[in-house]
Design a protein around this ligand. Structure first.
Ligand SMILES: Nc1ncnc2c1ncn2[C@@H]1O[C@H](COP(=O)(O)OP(=O)(O)OP(=O)(O)O)[C@@H](O)[C@H]1O
Ligand SMILES: [Mg+2]
Length: 206
């Protein structure tokens, strides 16, 4: 901002565009960071009051893919929602944030060009959402810890923007909505899979 304001006229248009794009990226990063900190604070203060409603998973998926378009731009996104999925009972905003954080990780920790898959299926009395990537997966000794706040596995992970709050927020939000979220490694190939399990509410609930 300082460069643009003080010396803007000395740069040609392409340099000015590049500076403006950097400002936008960093502002978005800062916004995500502050949002994460606030979300974590709300979870820990116990003041999270999810506004639960019956929602079509496809609608939330559409919204989150739109918001995550930039972070997923170097990956191939595969969406696979079973046709007979019942409505889920969630807080739209909180649940969209859960999916965003998981997609953000898939994009961040799996190499560009690989596929990020979002799968929705029914299993017994739950709707189960899996987010699968084709990265290096997660070593077994870390699996139990990655949902802790500020937990980041590799030194290299710390060079990428992030604070280690994304998954702690996912778990806090999902549990506040009566569901659960777990991490594992894929059995069909390399990569991580995060699974969100949402119990299907009895028909009488609004
Ligand atoms: N899909 C994944 N594949 C491999 N490792 C992962 C994956 N998702 C998360 N991790 C590991 O778990 C750690 C915690 O993830 P988390 O989302 O909580 O934090 P973060 O991505 O580092 O930062 P942010 O607060 O921006 O989300 C990551 O630093 C990374 O080491
Ligand atoms: Mg993250």
């Amino acid at each position: 901002v300082t460069s643009l304001r003080s010396y803007g006229e000395l740069y040609d248009q392409s340099v000015r565009d590049e500076l403006a794009a950097t400002i936008q990226d960093e502002a978005e990063r800062l916004n995500r960071f502050v949002t994460n900190l606030l979300d974590m604070t709300r979870i820990e203060a116990g003041v999270l009051e999810p506004g639960m409603a019956m929602i079509d998973l496809g609608e939330i998926v559409g919204t989150v893919l739109e918001r995550a378009r930039k972070v997923l731009q170097n990956h191939r996104v595969v969406v696979d929602l079973a046709a007979d999925l019942p409505m889920i009972r969630v807080d739209f905003v909180l649940f969209e944030q859960v999916l965003f954080n998981l997609l953000d990780n898939a994009a961040k920790y799996a190499p560009p060009g690989t596929a990020v898959t979002l799968r929705g299926r029914r299993q017994d009395d739950s709707v189960v959402i899996d987010i699968l990537d084709e990265g290096g997966g997660i070593a077994p000794e870390h699996l139990a810890h990655i949902f802790e706040k500020f937990y980041r596995i590799r030194r290299a992970d710390r060079q990428r923007a992030g604070t280690g709050l994304g998954l702690a927020i996912c778990r806090g939000f999902v549990e506040a909505m009566g569901g659960s979220v777990t991490a594992a490694n894929r059995s069909d190939r390399g990569g991580a899979v995060f699974t969100v399990d949402l119990p299907i509410p009895p028909v009488s609930l609004p």
